[in-house]
Design a protein around this ligand. Structure first.
Ligand SMILES: NC(=O)c1ccc[n+]([C@@H]2O[C@H](COP(=O)([O-])OP(=O)(O)OC[C@H]3O[C@@H](n4cnc5c(N)ncnc54)[C@H](O)[C@@H]3O)[C@@H](O)[C@H]2O)c1
Length: 270
């Protein structure tokens, strides 16, 4: 693989972390980086610290100038962006995976056209084993997520149901449903559920429970899977990422690892 130009759409906590990692560790693989953020100053900040970089003011120019596009912005931009990436036969890494659920067909199209779509494992553990279990047949998948009130505030589900999480004083189940409903209600908080559903039995059959308590200092994701190959239980207790407490530190690290996997030849694990 020759050197590539990377386009980063969304220059917040994850975009900044990836740009810094590329600059430090992936220089031999990367000929340049281009940035776009709806808040231009965020892109300018990253470009200032990155060699061979450019800022664009729209998604079309980023797609046209890049070999690999990294989406680290917002779920609502994913359908249009993925369409453009497929039409241009580029590759893409998507962080706002909830935004994919309405355009799952595009994944089939990407596969046919040879467009690589990378969905990092985020802040959950066990996706390797869940993917392997799917080969045998999965019967049931449940995700239980525990979060501090601050990391979930402003979610549409809370507003629609008049739930003030700041008033919660003890462990409280605030949501139970499937992934389709969870992603609608908590578009910025529950990307891992979308990912889990794509790896397993889909968004309508994958169950989600969200529990909030002021006692929680970490974002905890527990997964239970029952399949023909046995039972899997995983639990990840994630430190919030200082640059954006709604994001887990592990999710940023998983993005780095997925990006490395795109460039490197030796692959450890599934
Ligand atoms: N897959 C996962 O496990 C996982 C984990 C954490 C976060 N995420 C998702 O990744 C995304 C980035 O997370 P973050 O912590 O860096 O968020 P962030 O809020 O720190 O940064 C997002 C950046 O994107 C910019 N932006 C918003 N809408 C845009 C658009 N339409 N086009 C271009 N730029 C836009 C914002 O101005 C901001 O600078 C979010 O959607 C988040 O929900 C996914």
């Amino acid at each position: 693989m020759g050197t590539k130009t990377i386009g980063i759409i969304g220059c917040g906590a994850i975009g900044e972390t990836l740009a810094a990692y590329i600059e430090k560790e992936l220089k031999p693989y990367v000929s340049g980086i281009v940035f776009f953020d709806v808040v231009r100053v965020c892109a300018e900040k990253l470009a200032k610290n990155t060699a061979n970089s450019k800022i664009f003011s729209n998604i079309d120019d980023v797609v046209a100038s890049s070999d690999l596009i990294i989406e680290s912005a917002v779920g609502s931009c994913v359908p249009d962006l993925l369409r453009k990436v497929i039409d241009s036969e580029k590759d893409i890494m998507i962080m706002s995976i909830g935004g994919l659920l309405t355009v799952k067909d595009l994944l089939v199209e990407a596969e046919k056209k040879g467009v690589k779509v990378i969905l990092p494992s985020g802040a959950i553990a066990g996706l390797d084993a869940i993917k392997a279990s799917k080969v045998a047949g999965i019967k049931k998948v449940t995700l239980t997520t525990r979060k501090a009130p601050g990391s979930i505030s402003g979610a549409p589900y809370l507003i629609e149901n008049d739930i003030d999480v700041e008033k919660i004083t003890e462990e409280t189940v605030i949501f139970e449903g499937n992934v389709t409903e969870a992603v609608k209600g908590f578009p910025k908080n529950i990307n891992v559920s979308a990912l889990l559903s794509l790896a397993g039995i889909g968004p309508d059959k994958t169950k989600v429970k969200i529990i909030v308590s002021p006692e929680y200092t970490r974002n905890i994701h527990e997964i239970e899977v029952e399949s023909e190959a046995g039972k899997i239980t995983t639990r990840a207790e994630n430190v919030p990422f200082p640059k954006n407490p709604k994001t887990s530190y592990l999710a940023a690290l998983a993005a780095i690892t997925a990006l490395e996997g795109y460039f490197k030849n030796v692959r450890i694990g599934t």
